[in-house]
Design a protein around this ligand. Structure first.
Ligand SMILES: Cc1ncc(COP(=O)(O)O)c(C=O)c1O
Length: 430
C-alpha cells in the first residue's frame, strides 16, 4: 500500500507550522529553526549548520548539551526505576539529591519537588500562605520587586512585574506590593518602605531574585542589599523567598547566589540548570520555621500540593549526575576560566562607544545597545537576534539588552567570536 501522508513531503518547518504553538512566539515571528542534534556548546540545524548556544537554551544547559556523563546516568536510571508515585513512596535518587542540595543550604531542612521554575515558585508562595493559615493568622499579600520575573503560572505571574507578559490577567492576580530592586541610589528608600510594609503584619512573604534580576535585563545588585532586605523581613516575621531559578548553579560566580549573602532566606527555589539542562525538575527548599507549621495531627493542615511527576527518578538521576560534575575540580577550573574570560570581554566591549552599561557577573555578560529604556517589544531585539544568528551565534536579547549566559564548556574561541561579532553591532541597520 502506498503511504498517502502529505507530512512525508513537507520539511520540519512546514510540519511544525501546521501543528505547533511555540512559547513566547507571536504568529508573525520568524519560522522556528529545526535542530537535529546538540553537543557541547553547539546546536546543529537540519542543514548541518552549527550554531553556538550563548543562551544555554533558555538558561538551562550547564556543562554542555548531551553531556555523556549525564546521558549515561539518565539511561541507567530509565532502565531501573523510571517513575513511581511520590505520595506514600520514595526512592534513593530523590533522597540523595535532597541531601546533597541541602548541604549547600545549611539553614534549610526540607525539599519539595516539582517540574519547573514556575512551580518551584508557586509552591514557595503556597507554603508561606499556608504557614500563616495553619497558625490561624491568614495573610494574603506578598512583597516583590519591580522588574521581577518568577514564571508564568498564576501565582508566579502575580509576583512578577505587571507588564505585557501578564497584562491579560491583571484582574485575576493576587495583591502584591512592589518595591524598587535595590541599587546604590535607592537602597535607603527601599529599606524604609520595606520596614513600613513588614510592620503592618499583612504580608505573608517577600520574594526576590538574589543578586541578579534575569528577565529584567540582567540587572545586578550588591549581595549586602539582599542581606538587609532579609534582615528586615525576619525582624517582622515576613517569610523570605530566594528565587534562584536563574541564578543557581554557578551563574553568579558561586554555586548559588545565596552563598554570597550574609543572611539566609527561609525558602529557596531552584530549577533550570538543576539537571544540567537535560530534564524538567524544580525544587523548593524550606527552613524549619516554615515546615514547623505543617507539623500537626490535624490533616486539614496538610500541604495539599503535588504533580504527577513529582521527584521523577530519571530527572533526579540527571540532577545527581549534574552535581557530580559541579563537584569536580575540572569543572571549577572551567568556571574560573569562563569568569576570567567574560571579565576580559567586558573590558574590551567597554571600549565600544555604542554599547552602554557593559556589565559582568560570574557566567553572565550583558549590555544595552542604545541608551533607550528597556522594552521587551523593542523592535531592535529581533534585528540583534538575526544579526548574531546570521553569523551562527544564538543570542536572544531582552529588548535592547544583549546578554550571554553560555554553557560552561564554551571555548575561548567561541567567546572571541561573540566579542568580534558584537564589535560589529554598530553596522546594524537602524
Ligand atoms: C528567576 C526565574 N524564576 C522563575 C522562572 C520560571 O521558570 P520556568 O520557565 O522553568 O517555569 C524563571 C524563568 O526564566 C526565572 O528566570
Amino acid at each position: 500500500m502506498t503511504a498517502t501522508y502529505p507530512e512525508t513531503f513537507m520539511n520540519l518547518s512546514e510540519r511544525d507550522k501546521k501543528v505547533i504553538w511555540h512559547p513566547y512566539t507571536s504568529a508573525y515571528s520568524p519560522t522556528p529553526i529545526p535542530i537535529v542534534k546538540a553537543e557541547g556548546a553547539y546546536l546543529y540545524t537540519e542543514e548541518g549548520k552549527k550554531i553556538i548556544d550563548f543562551n544555554s537554551s533558555w538558561w538551562v544547559t550547564a556543562h554542555g548539551h548531551s553531556h555523556p556523563y549525564i546521558a549515561q546516568a539518565i539511561s541507567q536510571q530509565a532502565s531501573t526505576l523510571e517513575q513511581v508515585i511520590f505520595a506514600g513512596f520514595t526512592h534513593e535518587p530523590a533522597i540523595r539529591l535532597a541531601e546533597r542540595i541541602l548541604s549547600y543550604f545549611p539553614t534549610l531542612s526540607k525539599v519539595f519537588f516539582s517540574d519547573n521554575g514556575s512551580t518551584a515558585v508557586e509552591i514557595a508562595l503556597k507554603m508561606c500562605f499556608q504557614a500563616w493559615y495553619n497558625q490561624d493568622k491568614p495573610r494574603s499579600k506578598v512583597i516583590a520587586f519591580e522588574g521581577s520575573y518568577h514564571g508564568d503560572t498564576f501565582g508566579s505571574m502575580s509576583v512578577s512585574e505587571r507588564d505585557i507578559f501578564t497584562a491579560a490577567f491583571h484582574t485575576l492576580l493576587f495583591d502584591v506590593k512592589y518595591l524598587p530592586y535595590p541599587t546604590k541610589n535607592n537602597f535607603k528608600q527601599v529599606f524604609e518602605e520595606l520596614e513600613y510594609l513588614c510592620k503592618t503584619d499583612e504580608y505573608a512573604s517577600c520574594i526576590i531574585e538574589p543578586i541578579v534580576q534575569g528577565v529584567a535585563g540582567m540587572r545586578i545588585t550588591h549581595p549586602d542589599f539582599i542581606a538587609e532586605i532579609w534582615k528586615i523581613c525576619k525582624k517582622y516575621n515576613v517569610f523570605t523567598i530566594a528565587d534562584e531559578v536563574m541564578t543557581g548553579f554557578a551563574r553568579t560566580g558561586t554555586l548559588f547566589a545565596c552563598q554570597q549573602i550574609e543572611i539566609q532566606p527561609d525558602i529557596v527555589c531552584l530549577s533550570k540548570c538543576l539537571t544540567g539542562g537535560f530534564l524538567p525538575l524544580g525544587l523548593t527548599l524550606c527552613a524549619d520555621d516554615i515546615f514547623e507549621h505543617f507539623l500537626t495531627q490535624d490533616k486539614t493542615k496538610t500541604f495539599f500540593h503535588g504533580h504527577s511527576f513529582t521527584a521523577n527518578p530519571i530527572a533526579c538521576a540527571a540532577a545527581n549526575a549534574n552535581l557530580d560534575l559541579f563537584e569536580q575540580k575540572e569543572t571549577r577550573d572551567k568556571l574560573n576560566t569562563l569568569y576570567t574570560n567574560l571579565a576580559a570581554i567586558k573590558e574590551e566591549l567597554n571600549k565600544c562607544t555604542f554599547l552602554y552599561n557593559v556589565r559582568h557577573i560570574g557566567g553572565i555578560l550583558a549590555f544595552e545597545l542604545g541608551s533607550s529604556e528597556r522594552h521587551y517589544l523593542n523592535a531592535i531585539s529581533t534585528k540583534i537576534r538575526s544579526f548574531y544568528l546570521e553569523r551562527s551565534l544564538l543570542v536572544r536579547p531582552l529588548g535592547n539588552t544583549v546578554y550571554i549566559i553560555p554553557p560552561y564548556c564554551i571555548t575561548e574561541q567561541d567567546l572571541l567570536e561573540f566579542e568580534q561579532v558584537t564589535q560589529c553591532l554598530h553596522f546594524l541597520p537602524a
